[in-house]
Design a protein around this ligand. Structure first.
Ligand SMILES: [Zn+2]
Length: 166
């Protein structure tokens, strides 16, 4: 092993010094260049500075932002009716309050993932938008828009009324 400062072979125990912010392995003579030591046996010797406190990503765990199909309320209601369940039946089946079901069907409530799964199991409907794995067709949408020229033409057809007086 060589000293990273002077390049001489280090005999015996190498010294570990932090020199100008960098971790250096140096010989005994070159320890004078560094002030602090570092520990080569610690995989992550954390440089001085403020410690990084571990904080939960958000203080309030917001409701999951699930992508639901557009008319999930209708979907749920239809599926429920198909299975001849009343709101009460359905609520009991998935162990939710009736009010929850009613709100769901009116789309006044965004279900969380757990509820979505329960609905899926009970009614065999999936109200989550299926994420497409394949790439979307290019330029299928966003094709509308009128050109400025069209608007110009409209305003150019002026109607001048002449009034003769006297
Ligand atoms: Zn040296």
């Amino acid at each position: 092993m060589r000293c990273e400062i002077c390049g001489n072979e280090i005999r015996g125990q190498p010294h570990y010094r932090i020199i100008e912010g960098g971790k250096m392995t140096v010989c005994a003579r070159c320890t004078k260049y560094g002030s602090a030591e570092w520990d080569p046996f610690q995989p992550r010797a954390r440089p001085r500075g403020r410690p990084t406190p571990r904080r939960p990503r958000s203080e309030v765990e917001a409701a999951e932002n699930l992508e639901l199909v557009e008319d999930y309320g209708v979907k749920i209601r239809k599926a429920r009716q198909k299975m001849r369940m009343t709101v009460e039946d359905f609520a009991r089946k998935i162990r939710e309050k009736e009010s929850v079901i009613k709100k769901l069907e009116k789309e006044e409530l965004n279900p969380d993932r757990k509820l979505v799964r329960k609905i899926k199991n009970a009614l065999n409907v999936d109200i989550l938008v299926v994420e497409e794995v394949s790439a979307a067709p290019v330029g299928a949408k966003h094709s509308r828009g009128r050109s400025l020229g069209d608007i110009m033409k409209l305003s150019q057809s002026k109607s001048v009324e002449e009034e003769k007086q006297g």
